[in-house]
Design a protein around this ligand. Sequence first.
Ligand SMILES: Cc1cc2nc3c(=O)[nH]c(=O)nc-3n(C[C@H](O)[C@H](O)[C@H](O)COP(=O)(O)OP(=O)(O)OC[C@H]3O[C@@H](n4cnc5c(N)ncnc54)[C@H](O)[C@@H]3O)c2cc1C
Length: 363
Amino acid sequence: MSDVYAQPTTGVDATDMNALARYTTLRMGGRAGRIVPGNSAEEIVRAVREADIRDEPVLILAGGSNVVIGDAGFPGTVVLVRSRGLRVVAEDTDTVTVRVEAGEPWDELVATTVTNGWSGLECLSGVPGSTGATPIQNVGAYGQEVAETITGVEVYDRADGTVGRIDAADCGFAYRGSIFKYSDRWLVLSVDFRLARSPLSGPVRYAELARALGVDVGDRVPLADARATVLRLRAGKGMVLDVADPDTRSVGSFFTNPVLDRAAYELFRERAADLGEAPSWPCPGDMVKLSAAWLIDKAGFGKGHPGPGGVAISSKHTLALTNRSGRAGTADLAALARQIRDGVQTRFGVTLHPEPVLINCTI
Ligand SMILES: Cc1cc2nc3c(=O)[nH]c(=O)nc-3n(C[C@H](O)[C@H](O)[C@H](O)COP(=O)(O)OP(=O)(O)OC[C@H]3O[C@@H](n4cnc5c(N)ncnc54)[C@H](O)[C@@H]3O)c2cc1C
């Protein structure tokens, strides 16, 4: 059976089945000690349990669209999350709750919900990767986040070897984060989403999306229109995987949008005064979110900016760092990321943090 998440093998030794570059959207990453596919929750748990008993390092890898793996690879067991399936576990006249296995491709799930008239995930159309990874960084786009619809997550807890459920309220969901993000304690086996039975999207919150749909912010639109428009906007930014488009050999946004306290924000404004008003959004606790893309661009790293060894900023989006040549190494990408982070720090005094999970590499 073909692997739904496998990447084209350009730049990879075609005979090397342990090359992790085969499994990452960046098409980067050295060799794994061992790769074990887990085609069901039971198989995934067994693989992790056995590696834990042998005291081997374990890496959980699903779609490989939010990881940067070093050129030295991963000297342990890599468990591929390939479990599939979706079932309705609760319903009433207004809502439906679906339980989705971790390995279910995210965009296929979104397409299914749109077709079924289940509202709540439509603006997350086109995000690559697996359903089980969405709680890890509270996947979000175009004004929606999975934290709004997840009711709970079934996990294997490596600390005590049990399978249990964590309610959404205990998942620590935050902007691109959760209790799962920098912890390897929990293995997500399935995710429950409560969705509204409605032919219409949730209120459109993102101004660019509202403009593209020809509606006002706060309006609702047919689910299929929301999905089609999000996919179109994303494709224009290289944010939908496309094997023919080198701008999509990325992890999406490489840096998160920095969130500053009021004092840091005022300092930033002074340093950026010559550039007019920088885009910013108020956040809870008197914090202010800035646009990482704007900072990078204004620090002198525009679209297409090249880095060493064949990496480059995407020609469509300043926030995506790409393996443009298809043959670049992780060290090249890390060098470009460092150059950008240091350039933004020098120009604006603001520190950018990487969004993907870095494995055996640093920037
Ligand atoms: C072109 C492009 C566009 C993107 N756009 C967006 C976007 O708009 N919004 C957004 O939020 N993200 C975006 N991303 C990032 C990425 O798609 C998401 O974070 C996605 O949820 C990652 O899923 P994955 O299956 O590929 O995870 P992987 O990359 O395989 O894993 C990511 C991390 O999660 C862990 N993990 C994965 N599955 C599990 C599991 N079942 N249990 C425990 N840990 C697990 C891994 O160990 C790793 O630490 C984009 C990426 C690309 C390439």
